[in-house]
Structure formats: C-alpha cells, structure tokens
Ligand binder design. Sequence first.
Ligand code: ASP
Length: 580
Amino acid sequence: MAWRDVMCGDLRADDAGRRITLAGWADTRRDHGGLVFVDLRDHTGKVQLVINPEHSAGAAETAHEIRNEFVLQATGEVVARAPELVNPNLPTGQIEVQVDELRVLSRSTPLPFQLDEENVEETIRLRYRWLDMRTDRMQRNLRLNHTAISAIRNVMDERGFVDVWTPSMTRGTPEGARDFLTPVRLQPGKFFALAQSPQLFKQLCMVGGIDRYYQIATCWRDEDLRADRQFEFRQLDLEMAFVEREDVLDVMEAAVVGAFEAVGKTAPARPFPRISYDEAMSKYGSDKPDLRFGMEIEDATEVTRGSQFGVFAAADVVRFIAAPRAFSRAELGRLEEVAREWGAKGLAYLVNDGGEVRSPIAKFLSEQELAALTPQPGHTALFAAADESTVSRVLGGLRLHIARELDLMETGEEIFHWVVDFPLFERDEDSGGWTFMHHAFTAAVAGDEEKIESDPGAVLGQHYDLIWNGWELGSGSLRIHDAEVQQSVFRAMGIPEEEQRSKFGYLLDALAMGAPPHGGFAMGIDRFIARMAGEPDIRQVIAFPKVASGADPLTGGPTPMPESVLKELGIRSIVDAPSA
Ligand code: ASP
C-alpha cells in the first residue's frame, strides 16, 4: 500500500465521496470527548480529519494518544462539511476526512516551540531548524528559492551558458575579504584558501574557450556576519567571451526578470536604468542609490561663492537636499547628530514653515541666495559644505535617514538599476596608495590604459553594479585580457613583480596565451531571494545559516579539535580553546 495517494492541501469539494489515504504531521488535535479532530498537514496545506469512535473504534483509540507533530497516516472518506461548518479560511475548508484507519508512523517529544508561535528566538529556531522548516514561512522561502534558481538556470541554458564546477579549495582569490583557510594533511604547514569567488577560474574558462560560463557558486569570505552576509553564500556567477558591457547587462536583466516571472511577481521593466557612478555620488551621495524616492542632492556651490556665510564661501562644494517636512528644532538637532556621524562639522538648514523661513544662517544669506535655496513651504533644505566626498557622504547618509524616518522608501515599487563607469582605482585609506574599486582584473575604458600608472585616479573602469531598491545585488566588469595591461594594474597598486608572479603567475601566463576579450558578473543569490521573499535578512532563505557570532546553533560548530588531529595537519593552536 502506498504511504499516501493524495496531498493534504489538494482536497476540494468535488473530492467528496472519494476514499483516500493521507500522510503528514498532526498540526493540531482537538479532543471533543468522543469525536477527535486532527488537522493533518503536509507541505501543500492542511485538511481536517474527523475520528469518530462510532465509525472506527480502533482509529479513535489511536487518536487519543496523538500530540502535535506526530507523523500520521490516515485512510477514510472525503465528506462535504455541513454549510455552517465550512471553514472559508482553509482551501480544503469545504470538506473533511472521515477516518476509519489511523496509524502513528512517528512520534514527537514535546516541542521546544509551537509552529504557530510568534517571536521565537532565532537561535532556537535554528537549533531546531527541522521544526522551523515546517512553518509556512520557511516552506515558502525555500521553495521560492528553488523556483527562482530554476528559472535563472533556464535563462542561462537558453543562452548557451555552460555550468562549470570550479574548486572551493584554491589559492587565495582576492575579492578584498579575509580568506578561510584549509590545512592540507599531505602538505604540512600549507593551506588552501576557500574561494572568495570563482573569479580567476571563470576567466580561465574564457581563455579555455568555454565562451559562456555560469555557476550557482558557493563563495566563502571571512567577514563579520550581518543581515545580508554569511561566511558562505551563493552567487549567480557568469562570464562571457567576446562581449561588450551591454551583452552582460542584458543576460543579467533576463535572469532577474525570469526569476520574478517564475515566482509570480511583476517583473521590473527592461532595460533597467543606468546611471553613472559620478551621477550616483553627486545626486544621491551613494554608489548604490535608492531611487524609489526623490530628495536628490542639489548643488549650491555657484550661488554661494562669495557668500557672507563664511562656511559656504570657503567650502570646496556646497550642496543640499530638500526634505518634505518643516522640521522642528528638536528634529534638526537629531539630524545634526546624524550628519556629524557621517563626517559633517555641523548642519546648516533653511526651514520653510508655511512661507516663514526659520534658519540661523538666513541673516547671512543674500536675497539672491535665499531665493535660490529656500525650499517649498513645508520643506527643509539641509546643507553640507566641505570637500566633495564628505559632502556626498553626509547628504547621502541624511537622505537615507530622512527617507526612513518619513517613511518615503516603501513605495511598493521595485527599482532595479545599474551604476556604471566607476573609477578603476580608489585610495587605500590605510596605505595611502591606490587600490582597486572592484577587483584587480577589471579593464579600464578604452583609451584610459595609458593613465593606469601615470594617473591612476583619472582612469575609468569598465565596472558595473546592479542595485535593487538601494541594495547592491552584485558587481561585474569587462576584464583585462592582456598580460601587459594586467601587470600595469598590479604595478599601479604597488604589487612588486615577484609577488605578481608568485600570486598571479598562472593568470599572467593564461593572458599571454590567447585570451579573448571577456567580461562577467556575479549576483548575490541569497540577497536576491531574501528581497523577493520580503524577508529582512538572508538567514530566512538559507536552510542552515549561521548566527552573528559565526556559530551554527544546529550542529554546535565550530568546535575545538583534539591535539592529535591538529598535529596530523601540522597545526598548533595558540588559543586556549576548551579541549575537544
Ligand atoms: N568576482 C566578482 C565578485 O564576486 C564578480 C565579478 O566581477 O564577476 O564580486
């Protein structure tokens, strides 16, 4: 006999009269003295079982011992409920199953939490993830994850991409994070790094003639865990030969739209808007601007040249945002603190309170300045005056803070857009030298190669980022496919020849043996799915995630290792960890 011949959530009114067998979990049990009602649940939904001692004494006896989350098998007849007993909240609410055979397939100890309990502490949910997984929320999320990834795989397949597996254990793959290391017993004292991404392997695939590579790749980065960060995470990782930027963006847009359609959500319109890095920084003060609301940064440098207000007159740039609220003194005090956190020395403002201007600086401003800078009634102009990058940071930070406070973000719109034309290099705050903005393998725009070593700060990179509602979903670039150019980038970053050879010799060799022009992208799958599922963090869409401390509440990892194991690996611990 089969364990089941129909799923719990599939029964409807026109099944009445059928004799069926179901298997699933006891969601709830209500014992009415004689009659026992059990809601039986599987991943498709719930159905009500009725166990009547007059109908089946054996089943009734079994029913009395049932507790929540026992696994049951029930056979009986589907019967229509009387009109007054129909449950309109349940898709199966028009019927119930009159049980004549009932078997307990598996019991459950008392539960650490009830499945319908709210606000269960997350470590408890993760410790008993198999229970948590039975909730609607986790069922929905893990299935949505599957549906979206299948759709993405279809898009890749249709476009001729080849899924190539790349190693997890490798030499460091520089993405700017710390590596996780793996000792190698056969090579005592030596370590593999776990791949931070398949970046160099996918480039080698292009040199190897694969032409279109993709992978739902697991990546490892030793960074502090956050809402959108785990030690290990997945990327839709792809690389294409003989392409321009637009070809890569086109595939990524198709993948995003394919996933949206597959999960039944309205897909964002294509092509996704593109804005340059410069525009993003100057208008929104961020390289991943949230475009769901306006409050764009406006320039006041010209108008305030020669201002009587010394702070404005002396600053490199003066810019402002006009927030849609006439803020009170107390609110402005709090905003000034936010501005200081972002690096401002103070916060100048002009409040237009129904036509009347409130501002300590108004008396220093000329009529012309006031005419240009006073916001509409009911608005406040907030100013930053400093060097350009400080001004962007401060106003970008204020813009997001105010949007959150005034509830301007959740417009219901899903805005995907690209940020393009990033600088190739930025200053490394620690060393003061140049470092990459994306990674060391991104190509400069045509014509800028000559400046790589002579004027690194002026070189534009062929780097692009995908942003969803102010969240960075991923990055990509057209790559360097010439060993000489690659070496000039290494030199600009101050990497000596010897280190170039020892770390990246294999890449330089490959680039010197017929490397096609190529480019690619990687999108954080967990972030993407979490957003789609409307979840606040990626742990909710990952089956077995870790918590912020880096521990896994389920298995209890990480654990110390016995001396003997470490010794075999050629390792001695210098930390007094509790012994294994
Ligand atoms: N390897 C990059 C990353 O993981 C993405 C890319 O350039 O394709 O962010």
